[in-house]
Design a protein around this ligand. Structure first.
Ligand code: SF4
Length: 371
């Protein structure tokens, strides 16, 4: 550590908020929810921020939308609504609060702003991006539409407003199979463009006869898991139940006992209460689901999302204090993107997408930007 690093660390410690009796009175009930995971000395660092954020939320008529990949002190300490990206999008549309703070990544904050154009939507760190969302632009989608005329465009919600604006209907991992089949029937097309996650597209292709064209995007957290990781896990933990996210490569899903969205995995654990389980996804998800299911033992190999981890309690507090960083979207783009999201929300889908690899996951083409 350099002298400069030491100075910075000292300044940071000096700037930390104190843990007082008043803070304890305001946060003790919240600590009960996480005490099996967070030791008291660590909680005393978080609690002053949690108390300050919760006070400020009331003063500013604000709510915090916490994604499943947020750390437990955020998820349980300050989150008003928690869930996966589809659940958060619906909650954003329904809340009466005038200010939304997105404890998640940039595309999620954009989705909230698209659905709530009259509300102030804040993201605590503008660098909270996403490898999937940054893999593709609206111009890329326009070129794909020219290449595959007549094929509807189904876009994963993990994309920018610009990309959603070029889209016929959005999807999430919890409804992708059903949305692809709905779009093929509605557009009377045997081919659907499903972008930008090539692995989600391959996993959908294993569940449908619709021909899928996709994009060479990937989630850098989920694509790192391998089928060998799962085999080693099973050898080291006999009887463990393996749940995987459909952003993982198809050979990983083929080794899993169940594959589904973050809410699908969470519901599976709640319903089946397995003795031993492993979630093949982002690290904080296991922490949050474990706290809600104390009788289940969680094996925890996981990968951190560097973008989600940019959101911290001090940054959320600063965001509310200074009303930064506000999400602003060109109204014309926002209007078109809203149509694609609302079409998805309005569909009366009765079940969650299942990914069982009933057949080989072939996609028709994987497009990429010309170099
Ligand atoms: S986990 Fe993957 S898809 Fe989610 S924000 Fe991180 S990089 Fe993007």
């Amino acid at each position: 550590m350099t002298v400069l690093d030491l100075e910075k660390a000292r300044a940071k410690k000096a700037a930390a908020l104190p843990y007082t009796d008043e803070v304890a009175a305001k946060t003790d009930h919240l600590y009960k929810r996480v005490e099996t995971l967070i030791p008291p000395p660590e909680w005393r660092l978080h609690a002053p921020y949690i108390a300050a954020i919760n006070d400020l939320k009331k003063k500013k008529n604000a709510v915090i939308l916490a994604h499943n990949y947020m750390t437990p002190e955020i998820y349980f300490g300050v989150g008003d609504f928690a869930g996966d990206s589809l659940q958060l999008a619906k909650m954003a549309a329904e809340t009466d609060a005038g200010v939304i703070v997105q404890a998640g990544v940039h595309f999620m904050a954009e989705t909230s702003k698209i659905l709530c154009p009259d509300k102030t939507v804040l993201i605590p760190d503008m660098d909270a991006g996403c490898s999937l969302a940054s893999s593709i632009t609206g111009a890329d989608v326009r070129l794909m539409k020219e290449k595959y005329p007549g094929a509807p465009v189904v876009t994963y919600v993990n994309t920018s407003a610009d990309v959603k604006a070029e889209t016929d209907i959005c999807c999430t991992s919890s409804n992708a199979v059903e949305i692809v089949e709905w779009a093929a029937a509605e557009w009377k097309s045997d081919t659907v463009i499903l972008i930008p996650d090539q692995y989600l597209a391959r996993n959908v292709a294993a569940m449908t006869d619709v021909k899928i064209v996709t994009w060479a995007g990937a989630c850098e957290v989920h694509e790192r898991f391998t089928a060998d990781d799962i085999k080693e896990l099973r050898e080291g933990n006999p009887g463990v139940i393996v749940l995987a996210h459909p952003e993982c490569p198809p050979d990983v899903l083929a080794e899993a006992d169940f594959a589904g969205s973050t809410s699908g995995m969470s519901n599976f654990v709640k319903k089946h209460q397995p003795d031993n389980v492993v979630l093949i996804t982002e690290c904080s998800m296991s922490d949050n689901v474990a706290l809600e299911n104390p009788k289940v033992n969680f094996v925890r190999p996981c990968n951190l999302c560097p973008y989600m981890k940019k959101i911290t309690l001090p940054k959320i507090l600063k965001s509310l204090q200074s009303m930064q960083h506000e999400i602003l979207i060109d109204p014309a783009i926002s209007e078109r993107a809203r149509g694609a999201i609302e079409r998805m929300i309005a569909l009366p889908l009765t079940r969650q997408s299942m990914y069982t690899h009933a057949k080989a996951p072939q996609v028709m083409a994987v497009e990429a930007r010309a170099m």
